[in-house]
Design a protein around this ligand. Structure first.
Ligand code: MSP
Length: 477
């Protein structure tokens, strides 16, 4: 039956060269809201998050801190977990790519692809962006300097300088999967949300895929390549597979668990990493004879002015400050309901405070308080269901039912801000009802009618509480 359906939701795994920032919290909170909603509906739900710990970027950061890479990443894990706990992130499992089961499974997976002939040895030369851990395409390196010791063309994703690398490496036959990928996009138009992001992916693949470098010899911090320990796995080859190793892929005794959860129903990520997830990841899965995820949900960036909020730009907001200042629910509310998932959105404390004051305190909080205060004044301890509902109350009830349906429809297509705009609209409708009924007059003049108005208001607030629970689990409880 529908209620036995399983749902598997993932976040990207975060680079641990520092504590979590609000951009990471944004991705994770969106996924948590979806996971909570899924549990609320009654689906058997698995929610995965974790950390991406290998690669050049982490190795360099560790070096700068005077620590070994593992000591370095270890030092951030508790802080990550604490932050997620503070923000009520209810994950089912937290994967670290340094976990032994993951390392072993990746080595087996690489061997599988080598045996199959989808991974072969050759050599690579070209420009590399370390912050994004990305090889630039031919098109992206037009106008590169003659002198390869200089910084190369700016990275198209983060605009920073790139470095020339020339080394022996193992390649994955990405080009082999070009046509199958295009067929897949065509037959699954709802693979990527929002659809515009899908168009970008299709034109990228249509422009031609080159085989992907899967190993590095000049980087030491990574998973050793099976049978050739000079090489470590390219960090994205290691990282993307976390989504399957975390649920038991290639691990003894875990086949049933793996088959229960895979494929993922929705994988959440920011737009900066959609190409990895919509092109490379499906190709890896095709090469492994595994089904592809149902949906990728791609969100925009949190901005400050017209810049992406990012650590390297030094404009990041510390989630721990937001937690202490405003509490988790208000921040979750702001991030998931006030920012359109499809777009880049500015973040300011002023806007956050504005929403807390108007939506949460004035509209919802006040309504609840006034209702409770009046109920007490009228001696009502228990909200019973009256024998007769007035026309206005029945209208409110119909409105509640429509709201619940609309929220579900929007959430089925991951339009969080549209979904919760319906709840907000309903809060306004309950306010209007409450004021029009003037219960403060009825409390003396008509106790029966008074009880009915309080009951309708209380039931409406209950529905609001349930619908908002995935967003504000603490307050709505
Ligand atoms: N490690 C890779 C992902 C590997 S997944 C197999 C990575 N990590 S990351 O730490 O750089 O960022 C991960 C997520 O944080 C991305 O979804 C990214 O979009 C999100 N954000 C980082 N800064 C952001 C904003 N300023 N705004 C919104 N989200 C942003 O990429």
């Amino acid at each position: 039956s529908e209620s036995c359906k399983k749902v598997y939701i993932t976040t990207p795994i975060y680079y641990v060269n520092d504590i979590a920032h609000i951009g990471h919290a944004y991705t994770t909170i969106i996924a948590d809201v979806l996971a909570r909603y899924s549990r609320l509906v009654g689906y058997d739900t698995f929610f995965l998050t974790g950390t991406d710990e290998h690669g050049q970027k982490i190795a360099m950061a560790a070096d700068k801190a005077g620590k070994s890479p593992k000591e370095f990443t270890d030092s951030f894990i508790d802080a990550y977990k604490d932050t997620w706990k503070e923000f009520e992130i209810d994950y089912s499992h937290f994967i670290r790519t340094t976990d032994e089961y993951h390392v072993k499974a990746i080595q087996q997976w690489l061997q599988k692809l080598i045996d199959k002939g989808d991974i072969y040895k050759s050599s690579y030369n070209g420009w590399y962006c370390t912050p994004c851990e990305t090889f630039l395409s031919d098109k992206e390196t037009e106008g590169a300097p003659e002198d390869k010791s200089q910084d190369g063309p700016a990275c198209p994703s983060c605009s920073r300088g790139t470095q020339y690398i020339e080394e022996e490496c193992y390649f994955f036959k990405l080009s082999k999967y070009q046509d199958r990928l295009l067929d897949f996009y065509k037959s699954h138009p709802d693979f990527i949300f929002p659809q515009e992001r899908g168009n970008e992916v299709v034109s990228f693949v249509e422009s031609g895929l080159k085989d992907l470098c899967m190993s590095r010899t000049t980087v030491k911090w990574g998973i050793p390549f099976p049978g050739d320990e000079q090489h470590v796995a390219y960090v994205w080859a290691d990282a993307l597979n976390n989504y399957i190793t975390a649920i038991g892929y290639l691990q003894e005794g875990k086949q049933a668990e793996f088959e229960k959860w895979w494929p993922a129903n929705v994988q959440v990520m920011g737009k900066d990493i959609v190409r990895f997830h919509a092109v490379i990841w499906p190709a890896f899965l095709m090469a492994s004879d595994l089904p592809l995820p149902e949906h990728l949900l791609v969100h925009g960036w949190i901005k400050v002015g017209d810049q992406k909020m990012s650590k390297s730009l030094g404009n990041v907001m510390d989630p721990r400050f937001l937690y202490q200042e405003y509490g988790p629910d208000a921040v979750r509310y702001f991030l998931t309901t006030q920012m359109a998932i499809t777009q880049d959105s500015p973040f300011s404390l002023q806007d956050l405070e504005g929403r807390i004051n108007s939506d949460l305190a004035n509209e919802m909080g006040n309504l609840l308080n006034r209702m409770v205060t009046l109920a007490k004044r009228g001696g009502l301890d228990l909200v019973s269901v009256p024998a007769d509902w007035s026309e206005a109350s029945l209208k409110l009830q119909a409105d509640a039912q429509k709201m619940v349906k609309d929220v579900q429809d929007y959430l089925d297509t991951y339009s969080l801000h549209m979904a919760y705009a319906e709840v907000k609209r309903f809060v306004a409708a309950v306010n209007a009802y409450f004021h029009a009924q003037e219960p403060w007059k009825l409390v003396k003049s008509d106790p029966t009618k008074f009880a009915e108005v309080i009951s309708a208001t209380a039931h409406s607030l209950y529905v609001i509480g349930v619908m908002y629970w995935p967003v504000m689990p603490d307050k709505m409880q």
